[in-house]
Design a protein around this ligand. Structure first.
Ligand SMILES: Nc1ncnc2c1ncn2[C@@H]1O[C@H](COP(=O)(O)OP(=O)(O)OP(=O)(O)O)[C@@H](O)[C@H]1O
Ligand SMILES: [Mg+2]
Length: 336
């Protein structure tokens, strides 16, 4: 889906180009930036390595971008990997032993590291040592290796999936929030300058921002699609009218909702009478993967007040019923 906040193949190259190059180009997330600035300055004053950091929040909100900026600010190298990419303890050990003092190790989807690797990270994070087993059977020996002090920056969309001991080893935990439409507009302004997109009418950026699910990645992707449309049908001029036609073709409504969102809301309202319905049940009813519902549809629908999450499952709000023009009423909170 076009408004998926998850990274898609095309995003990878264009995101490298559109990625903020310094903190002043990194719009929004003010609280995180302030805390980070203090952490960086304090570490530099004391000549220490920056404490480990955990970034969590929905996809596309700028976690990876910020990790690169930190490395840049520190003048350190950044090594990038991800939970699913690391399989054997040896893979991780070789990355760790190659780090230099003050380097950043960025692990995306850190909640998907397997247990054995998580254990390796415990001692690496806490004491900058790892124990590796050499040899097999009775002659196997444990060898302790010293590491250069480094900073682990872990990113996750699922804070709750991290074990307590792992979480507690991160000295700084930053929760990434959705962006204000005005911030998204600023990001779009910069991106359209970089892309050389001809935005012919001022309201266009507002139109795109409104449909971007408060997510920079989605905003940049919509901008690229509208630019394509304008190049093909409007001599490259991105007007409000061209943008509207493009949104219509893409199937995105004024709230940034797509077919998939509507399917989910309809299922909740029509099949389950507004809920509560569990994740697995909703997944079956909509033929979507539970993880897609959890990571892509839900965070935004929750944020926008279309649904609520309760102990007994998801419920549709009054706003949802209105949005779909459905009769009936949402479950009142007192019943949940
Ligand atoms: N604060 C920001 N200011 C300007 N542009 C941003 C900002 N945050 C994100 N972007 C843009 O959005 C794109 C996606 O951001 P990024 O890859 O950092 O997200 P992410 O949180 O790491 O996502 P994921 O969870 O999928 O890894 C970036 O390439 C960048 O162009
Ligand atoms: Mg990322």
């Amino acid at each position: 889906m076009i408004t998926s906040s998850k990274e898609q193949t095309e995003d990878v190259s264009s995101e490298t180009n559109l990625r903020p190059q310094n903190f002043s180009e990194y719009i929004g997330q003010e609280q995180i930036k302030k805390n980070l600035d203090i952490a960086i300055q304090a570490a530099q004053k004391r000549g220490e390595v920056l404490d480990h950091m955990l970034f969590y929040g929905p996809p596309g909100l700028g976690k990876t971008s910020l990790a690169f900026l930190i490395a840049d600010a520190l003048g350190s190298n950044i090594q990038v990997t991800s939970g699913p990419a690391l399989e054997k303890a040896g893979d991780l050990a070789s990355i760790l032993t190659n780090l230099e003092r003050g380097d950043i190790l960025f692990i995306d989807e850190v909640h998907r590291l397997n247990n054995a690797l998580e254990e390796v990270l415990y001692s690496a994070m806490e004491d900058f040592v790892i124990d590796i087993v050499v040899g097999q059977g009775p002659s196997a020996k444990t060898l302790r290796l010293d590491l250069s002090p480094f900073t682990l920056v872990g990113a996750t969309t699922k804070f709750g999936s991290l074990t307590g001991p792992f979480r507690s080893r991160f000295g700084n935990v930053y929760n990434f929030d959705f962006y204000h439409p005005a911030e998204i507009q600023q990001i779009l302004q910069r991106s359209s300058d970089l892309l050389g997109a001809d935005i012919s009418e001022d309201e266009v950026l507002e139109q795109i921002a409104q449909r971007s699910r408060q997510t920079p990645r989605v905003a940049n992707r919509l901008l690229r699609r509208i630019r394509d449309y304008a190049d093909v049908y409007n001599n490259g001029y991105i007007t409000a009218e061209a943008a509207d036609s493009s949104f219509e073709l893409l199937g995105i409504d004024a709230y940034g909702l797509e077919e998939g969102d509507k399917k989910l809301l309809s299922a909740l309202i029509e099949n389950f009478n507004g809920g509560p319905a569990g994740l697995a049940t909703l997944a079956a009813a909509t033929a979507e993967e539970p993880i897609t519902i959890e990571e892509i549809y839900e965070p935004f629908l929750l944020r926008q007040g279309f649904i609520q999450k309760t102990a007994r499952g998801r419920v549709a709000t009054e706003w949802s019923f209105q949005y779909l023009g459905k009769e009936g009423s949402p479950k009142s909170n007192s019943l949940l």
